[in-house]
Design a protein around this ligand. Structure first.
Ligand code: URP
Ligand code: ZN
Ligand code: ZN
Length: 467
């Protein structure tokens, strides 16, 4: 045995119990009471602490070209930051180019990720071209490689129309693959953008107004209907509105395999952030919504209709966010010239665990949402997502007594600000292990650039909302 974590409380998605956790060759080798170290075993005292599986962030955008720039964190900075927030696997988006086969897009991105990633990683495809059969059928190559999830965008100029979306769902059904969707009504969004800009309404508030509750909710309902018509599963990513939450809840009650992800920013902030002096820093899509939507998302978490929580980490610098005032060419900016996305990769597990520590939900629920369910949904539960014998020793030790105030200076990415500045957390991770190796010591990143490995996803056929 290489490592023995002694005396902590082990938290799984279902139960909590006092036990020691032993690690050998990067895998969990034993879980039980009073495990005895061997001669060279490193023993870690976890008395008074929780011992959790490393989180899986199912939604990140590292070094991603977007909005006229590239998101700030590359694969090293992003995964380093992830590790320091207790996340030991990230699912990043490969944006397929026009005329580019999906496997070629994966290889192009993997060449960036492989030498850099400090924790394990996998990919979803961001579908960029399914306009002909050759491109659509290239989903097969991605699945064979071990990338089994495909995100379509109903919004943005590179997004799909309903026909392309439907064909993607049909192809995914054939392959037992999963389609994720960014659901916002592009046409209505475009009409509202034109209207507000023509009225001289240019600040971040109008980003919210042009992508309001109805703009997202309508697209959620349509996406679910398309999945029902195709007879396959659907994963709604970054769900942020009440109408969509209700549609997911109803579809699941009817037995359809519809899954939803939400993000900490929608659980903590509301649309009011767009009225702040630097409201542009919060511009992301979908935008934060009103309190009724936030309440509906928390309710969805409590009643099991939200399946995962992920970050949608996509940071841009303050200077880039300032393009909402003055663009990079010096022209007058507006809410459409602000790159979309916020940092959050280091904040997901600490925030969700803090909410549990404050009594809002159970620690088991957090493990389910942030580790066990993403592992099952994306087909990596054969190696990740829970503390079980034989799985990778991706482990977090969490001190429920440690208070932590988030400041950008304490974060470990390359971003120059955080929307989480000043947020007070109750409890914090004090150690993160990836394959049994310490990568975060409670203060600093102590892992290694390039140590993270690509995780192959298996296909999963979902016939019902149960995972
Ligand atoms: O604002 C966001 N979420 N930026 C990243 C791209 C996306 O749509 O997920
Ligand atoms: Zn999106
Ligand atoms: Zn995203």
């Amino acid at each position: 045995m290489d490592l023995l974590i002694k005396g902590g409380k082990v938290v799984t998605a279902k139960t909590t119990f006092k036990a020691d956790v032993a690690v050998k060759n990067g895998k969990i080798s034993a879980i039980g009471a009073n495990l005895k170290p061997e001669k060279d075993t490193e023993v870690v005292d976890a008395k008074g602490k929780l011992v959790l599986p490393g989180a899986i962030d199912g939604h990140t955008h590292l070094a991603m070209p977007f909005g006229g720039t590239i998101s700030t964190d590359d694969y090293f900075a992003g995964t380093r930051s992830a590790a320091c927030g207790g996340t030991t696997t990230v699912f990043d988006f490969v944006l397929q180019g026009q005329g580019e086969k999906m496997l070629d897009a994966i290889k192009r991105r993997n060449a960036l990720a492989e030498p850099d990633a400090a924790v394990d990683y996998s990919f979803h495809i961001g579908v960029g071209d399914v306009t002909n059969d050759k491109m659509l059928n290239s989903m097969e190559g991605a699945v064979e490689f071990g990338v089994t999830s495909f995100k379509v965008f109903m919004v943005y100029d590179f997004g799909v129309d309903d026909g392309q979306f439907f064909k993607t769902l049909q192809k995914a059904k054939e392959l037992n693959a999963l389609v994720g969707v960014h659901a916002e009504n592009r046409e209505v969004n475009n009409v509202l953008v034109e209207k507000y800009l023509s009225e001289g309404k240019t600040d971040a508030w109008w980003h919210y107004m042009s992508k309001n509750e109805d703009v997202e909710g309508e697209a959620d309902v349509r996406a679910i209907n398309l999945a029902k018509m195709a007879g396959t599963s659907l994963y709604i990513v970054h769900l942020a509105n009440k109408q969509g939450m209700e549609a997911v809840t109803q579809a699941r009650a009817e037995g359809y395999p519809i899954f939803a992800e939400t993000c900490p920013q929608y659980l903590y902030f509301t649309k009011e952030v767009y009225k702040r002096p630097r409201g542009r820093d919060f511009v992301c899509s979908p935008p934060m919504k009103g309190k009724p939507s936030q309440d509906a998302l928390w309710e969805g978490i409590k009643n099991g209709n939200i399946t995962t929580v992920a970050t949608d980490h996509c940071p841009f610098t303050k200077k880039e966010k300032d393009w909402g005032i003055k663009t990079k060419t010096g022209a007058k900016g507006n809410f459409t010239t602000i790159p979309n996305g916020c940092a959050g990769i280091e904040n997901m597990y600490p925030y969700m665990l803090s909410e549990a520590n404050k009594g809002r939900i159970s620690f088991n629920k957090v493990v389910e949402l942030c580790a066990t369910n993403p592992a099952k949904l994306f087909g990596i539960d054969y190696c990740k997502g829970s503390l079980s014998i034989g799985l990778d020793a991706d482990i977090v030790i969490y001190d429920p007594k440690k208070s932590f105030t988030i400041t950008n200076a304490k974060m470990h990415g390359d971003t120059d600000h955080t929307i989480w500045e000043g947020a007070k957390l109750k409890g914090y991770p004090v150690a993160t292990y990836s394959h049994g190796k310490l990568v975060f010591d409670g203060k600093n990143f102590v892992g290694e650039k390039g140590a993270g490995k690509f995780v192959k996803c298996k296909t999963v056929k979902f016939k019902s909302p149960a995972l």
